[in-house]
Design a protein around this ligand. Sequence first.
Ligand SMILES: Nc1ncnc2c1ncn2[C@@H]1O[C@H](COP(=O)(O)OP(=O)(O)O)[C@@H](O)[C@H]1O
Ligand SMILES: [Mg+2]
Length: 441
Amino acid sequence: MSVILVIEDEEKYRRVIGLHLSSSGFQVKAVATAEEGLKNAADVDLVLTDLKLPGMDGLAFLEQLRAQNMNTPVIVMSAFGTVEIAVDAMKKGAVDFLPKPFSLDHLTVVVEKALEVRKLRDENRELREALNQRYQFENIIGRSAAMQEIFGTVTRIAPTRATVLLCGESGVGKDVIARAIHHHSPRKDKPFVKINCTAIPENLMESELFGYEKGAFTGANTSKAGKFETANAGTVFLDEIGDVPGSIQVKLLRILQDREFERLGSNRTLHTDVRIIAATNVDLRAALEQGTFREDLYYRLNVVPLNIPPLRERKEDIPYLVEHFARKFGGVLSEAAIDRLVAYHWPGNVRELENVVERSILLAPGPRVEAEDVRIDTGQRARPAAAADNFLPEGITLDQYEQSLIREALKRADGNKSQAARLLGLTRNALRYRLAQMGIE
Ligand SMILES: Nc1ncnc2c1ncn2[C@@H]1O[C@H](COP(=O)(O)OP(=O)(O)O)[C@@H](O)[C@H]1O
Ligand SMILES: [Mg+2]
């Protein structure tokens, strides 16, 4: 039996609500103040609280509850005139509000809906946690077929010394996959050396990669080992391989073929036992055609090609990634907020998604990130979908503009209020309230 905590200072209301709910089959705890409510909040399935209370008010109660890590759904009741505060309460994590006076039938509907949502959400979380185990490889999340296939390939080839070529846009996860391959190989306790080929100026690249002997050039006062030497027995990750100049390409080819090289200023041939993983965000085949990338090197690198699709082509991964990042940054996102993230096209891929989730959690005013708290791109709060590309037209008041947006959203949603509310970034009740103010229904 679901337990409902009712916080209402007016005795008559408290009695009527209590009686109605118990006769509807709920177990009721009814108290007159928020302070008492807090004492009784443990093991409660739902809280129904008045907004205006003597002492601590309903809003403060809600905040206290969340501060004590209780995510019990809360419905706020409020008399006319405090509806805007009730909307605020919903932003702070209340699930619904009941404008007073309300009918007992309406009360039942709202209570049952809130309990249903809670049940679904709990089931959802359990399901998602179970799924996460399967759709996770180390800390890499992927439930899409493409990612599942990549996990399979990584598992198979990681223990070998096979050269891997990772292709994909910036932010798709090339780095994390390269590291995962290393960690699943017998080389895992040996060095993983990343070389960012764009970051090193061409004239320094040879000495960085292969080392130099004392006196090899002015300023070379001592000898120094290069990256391929220090990575011996481990893995070298060549990032942005497409940017490697031709003179170095020849030397890489020799490493790949014979694992041999010479330090700059020396003609003693050295041997290194490295596994090579390369990554590129440009199509190397285009570079082959233009003659800027050696064909023989390309084939040596392309032993195990792994193409990581952009995030917009595997949107089914987004809810799982969001769950993962939300846990990482200690926040929670509403279903509507997740829907917004799924709808976006993510030019910056997973890196951008991670940043947006972090920023949204940091800046959300309430305990949960709601759809309107999602901060994509510039750090600006999202505007309602219908307004996204419009400026305020001239000769129109803000009220009129709001009304036209609401009408537009209703039209787009075919009159479905829940859907229209979602388009506008409002809760259904907030929309209902605005419609009443406009004199619609
Ligand atoms: N599938 C994934 N699961 C979890 N985090 C990911 C995933 N893909 C990328 N990331 C995260 O996104 C960010 C960018 O990934 P990264 O590997 O650096 O991308 P790339 O090297 O392709 O530019 C990193 O913080 C990484 O941890
Ligand atoms: Mg990278």
